[in-house]
Design a protein. Structure first.
Lengths: 189, 179
């Protein structure tokens, strides 16, 4: 499974009303180019904060399901967030980590995820649903079987893939349409 | 700074602060219903008030950057958040303010304790103390240092600036501010 396949599986398997917070670099850029939607929040800077933003959203919008699409290196950059999620136990948060063992958006420098056992760590700190996925079928099943969170899916992906995606630039407009989307959802419109 | 305020760093005083209670009341009047941050002794009364108020979702963060992310998520979720931290932590979180809150135009109110000022007895605060106001100026974000002003008026006015500018704003509180 490569990044393109993993992102396609995630974005076509999660519910239509789920909100998405995606991490810095190629993950956000690929989602922005192929699956841009008013339900998406991209984290182009502040690397590592996707899971924190997702937790803040999940705690304040308990009726919405929040899907965080993280990377291995960005999770490692804000590893304390894993503990905070486990402590706050948001049942509506699904944290998916695309693990290619590298800072793929930079120059593919190796991260330390290969010795970290991030899935075991998530379980130890309080995530209620933990899965690993090595194939598109595994990933799809892990997303479909997710019920009560916080959930953690470690999706192993191959390094490499397209790099020439455009960037999300109009961030204030992305924020405004996201907040309007949430307002419509919560009004049952 | 008087001696009783200095001693608080070596003891766990359980005193109340009228100024902190006033500030909390103003926060609630302005709709604040989410708080996140990293503790600092100078802010202890403010943190306790957040913790004891069932109308405020309060999430302690492991690092200041994490508090920025949590508050950004809460803001997107429709809450009115406050972030608190020491100015040392402001430097840790500075890129998150610059690359998340500012380009997304998220109006978030920061309460930051201002160490490294005159009378500082801890050398680790001196460099960040000298640089704090210049950091905020260089980001072109509004801030106020609380001194002899009316704290309620100052906070309301800074909130208004925040909402108009759609930017984070900063209230800096020096040691002894709460007396």
């Amino acid at each position: 499974m490569n990044r393109q396949e993993a992102i396609r599986v995630i974005m076509t398997t999660i519910g239509a009303q789920d909100v998405v917070v995606s991490t810095t670099g190629l993950i956000s850029r690929e989602i922005f180019e192929k699956f841009d939607s008013e339900r998406n929040i991209y984290v182009p800077g502040s690397m590592g904060l996707a899971s924190s933003i997702g937790l803040g959203l999940a705690m304040t919008q308990p009726m919405m399901r929040v899907v965080v699409i993280d990377g291995d290196a960005s999770l490692l950059m804000n590893l304390g967030s894993l503990v905070t999620v486990g402590n706050k136990e948001p049942t509506n948060l699904l944290h998916i980590v695309l693990d290619n063992g590298a800072y793929a958006s930079c120059s593919e420098e190796r991260s330390m995820s290969d010795t970290a056992r991030l899935d075991a760590l998530a379980g130890e700190v309080g995530y209620q649903y933990v899965r690993t996925a090595d194939s598109q079928d595994d990933l799809k099943r892990a997303i479909m079987e997710f019920g009560r969170g916080p959930g953690f899916i470690l999706a192993k992906i191959e390094l490499g893939g397209r790099r020439d995606f455009r960037r999300p630039l109009e961030l204030a407009a992305i924020k405004n349409r996201f907040m309007l989307f949430l307002a419509r959802q919560t009004q049952g419109d | 700074m008087n001696q009783s305020d200095k001693s608080v760093f070596n003891t766990l005083a359980g005193d109340r602060s009228e100024k902190a209670d006033l500030l909390h009341g103003v926060f609630r009047e302005l709709g604040v219903n989410f708080a996140s941050g990293v503790p600092c002794g100078v802010l202890r009364h403010i943190i306790r008030n957040f913790e004891n108020d069932a109308a405020v979702i309060h999430v302690l963060a492991n690092r200041e950057s994490e508090a920025v992310g949590l508050a950004a998520g809460a803001y997107l979720g429709g809450k009115i958040p406050v972030i608190y931290m020491q100015n040392s932590g402001l430097f840790s979180a500075s890129n998150d303010i610059a690359s998340l809150l500012i380009p997304y135009r998220m109006p978030i109110f920061f309460v930051v304790s201002y160490r490294g000022c005159e009378g500082e007895d801890a050398v680790q605060h001196l460099t960040t103390g000298r640089a704090t106001e210049r950091l905020l100026e260089s980001f072109s974000i509004p801030f106020e240092v609380f001194g002899n002003q009316n704290l309620g008026d100052l906070t309301r006015s800074l909130f208004e600036t925040m909402r108009k500018a759609e930017l984070p704003v900063f209230l800096l509180l020096k040691r002894g501010w709460h007396q």
